[in-house]
Design a protein around this ligand. Structure first.
Ligand code: GDP
Ligand code: MG
Length: 162
């Protein structure tokens, strides 16, 4: 079986856009109104000649009650099914309480994690991405899922842990 990368993070951080970037297609559903991704959707991706499975997650209303619990549950499931986790944070928003909760789960699971600081569309946002070092997950990879900026370095890091 192919190694599995689970993509997790709060609604609207750009998980599905990043999944599309990784698979090089537009199959993961991106919506300005968040909450459209079905619970978990798997795709095949290839980078530098290596093929792996990418699992997109999410798909709930960010205003839903108990959202933080759902995000935590998503993280728990992801670490069970995945060989590695791509944790996506919106660099323009920064670290939230639910991000901190996810970090605890990821740490406890001991699965390798690559941290994507998404929505770094230009140089100006790089500094905000650097603040994600504070999550304690190592180097944040600044990316723009929308424009493709930084995705090569992020994918190299993913292959390094997958
Ligand atoms: P998800 O809920 O985490 O799957 O997020 P989506 O991929 O559906 O994206 C949510 C919104 O963020 C959409 O409007 C995307 O176009 C936007 N978005 C995603 N990635 C980027 C990015 O790198 N830069 C900017 N500016 N917007 C982005
Ligand atoms: Mg989505």
């Amino acid at each position: 079986p192919l190694p599995v990368l689970a993509v997790i993070g709060r609604p609207n951080v750009g998980k599905s856009t990043l999944v599309n970037r990784i698979i090089g297609r537009r199959e993961a559903v991106v919506e300005d109104v968040p909450g459209v991704t079905r619970d978990r959707v798997a795709y095949e991706a290839t980078w530098n000649g290596r093929t792996f499975t990418v699992v997109d997650t999410g798909g709930w209303d960010p205003d839903a009650r108990g959202l933080a619990e759902r995000i935590a549950a998503q993280a728990e499931i992801a670490v069970q099914v995945a060989d590695a986790v791509l944790f996506v944070v919106d660099a323009t928003i920064g670290i939230t309480d639910s991000d901190e909760a996810v970090v605890k789960i990821l740490r406890a699971a001991g699965k390798p994690v690559v941290l994507a600081a998404n929505k770094v569309d230009d140089q100006r946002t790089e500094a905000e991405a650097a603040s994600l070092w504070n999550l304690g997950l190592g180097e944040p990879f600044p990316v723009s899922a929308l424009h493709g900026r930084g995705s090569g370095d992020m994918l190299d890091a993913i292959l390094g842990v997958l």
